[in-house]
Write a protein that binds this ligand. Sequence first.
Ligand code: NAP
Ligand code: MG
Length: 492
Amino acid sequence: MQDKLFIDGKWVDAQSGEKFDVVDPSNREVFHRIARGGAADIDAAVTAARKAFDYGPWPRMGGAERAAILRRMGDEIEARKDELARLEVRDNGKPLPEAIWDIEDTAGCFHFYADLAEKLDQNPEQDIPLSMDGFSSKAVKEPVGVAGAVIPWNFPMLMGAWKVAPALAAGCSVVLKPSEVTSMTALEFGIVAQKAGLPDGALNIVTGFGPDAGQRLAEHPGVDKLAFTGSVPTGRRIMQTAAQDIKAITLELGGKSPLVVFEDVKIDEAVEWVLFGIFWNKGEVCSATSRVLVAEAIYPKFMERLVEEARKIRIGHGLEEGVLLGPLVNQSQQDKVLAAIERGKTEDAKMVCGGGIPKGLEHGCYVEPTIFADVSPDCWIWKEEIFGPVVCVRSFKTEEEAIRLANDSRFGLAAAVMSNDLERADRVARAFRAGIIWVNCSQPTFVEAPWGGYKQSGIGRELGEWGLNNYLETKQITSYDRSKPWGWYLKE
Ligand code: NAP
Ligand code: MG
């Protein structure tokens, strides 16, 4: 297992010589120690990235050449899928099938952006028709420069891929700062990059803590573009910091996403997606549908089935066969989620399932699948992101009421609707004020489609061609054909 920083194509210790613990949340044991990068290491990484961008081969290669290297990175990740997934389980706690899915998507993300890098060659510029004779103009896309990427701990390797792959495809060089809580698979990008022949300095990885390494990356004047995924408070801070020298930013922040269930659905189909929408990845999902609105006519029956099925969810170590809910990512997250549940118990809501640490699993950071019913929209648990396996449910009477309650949030990342009436489902999908809408499902995510939030859930879109555009500048080149003198100052 790697324990160093990856800077300018080399593995180096932190300049301070310091290290920090890597912890397995299933038993709270330290299984590794890695370099604690600080401001000086970020400075070295940005210098390497600047050199790679300003003088190195990466941005000067054709898209097809970059695509070949990105494809090799994707192939290598795919080939090591099982090993990388097991490392993710150990570091993050998620069940193995979910980790395998993450790693497959990580490889897929590199393959997808390899294809888009190639397309950049085929369509490098666009002629712009002008309204004045004698001039012609074209728009040219160029890499934005050095990109800084700060990522969270819930999908450690995949969140890295969502930023590293499009940035490299565009021709940018990158400095990646993973979450201190889950840095292990991020370091694997360095190993994969070396193997694939990525030029030195095109990708640099600095493990370390948010307030020192992360903060320095956000404020570094050598960084042209910052891409951040994480919480709203840190996102706000990053935005303020980036404002200092007007860096381009993309923010993917939190959510409290609604799922509206109409009376015409099959109850079990709705129960399946409600469970997946909140208990998948332990509920540590920015787009988790954590507020569920159910039509009054089916509410009692729906709640009965939901609780019945939630109680059956197998909780345990991520490598155990059949486990669907692993430990939360660390002790701090377990404490936060348990505190949120305690707060919910004092509010205008009824806890009908879970609510504590599962018996026999006290040695790890486990929390039971927890359901609050009849939750009043004034409750703190209804409004705030808990980021754990906790769902709030209430009933509604009319479509208008469901839409109003769904949109009554400072977040707008995702929303979902379930109905047999596809016209109604489409009407509600369009009425939601959120960036990602699911109809008759919740959570499936595709590299081809735009991802990002309205309101306080963020700025900009990742994935698809939108993800690539984040790392491209648009340049106007306008030429005068000199058919006659301009004649403003120098009259004939
Ligand atoms: P976080 O505390 O905001 O941390 C995110 C990243 O920012 C980590 O790498 C963290 O490093 C770093 N960081 C912390 N303070 C910083 C600072 N002052 N300057 C620069 N970087 C700093 O969020 P988290 O707890 O890891 O992740 C959970 C949150 O992420 C949730 O709110 C969730 O909704 C959101 N999320 C959103 C999406 C999306 O696509 N919209 C996806 C996943 C997660 P350290 O870990 O070392 O402190
Ligand atoms: Mg860990």
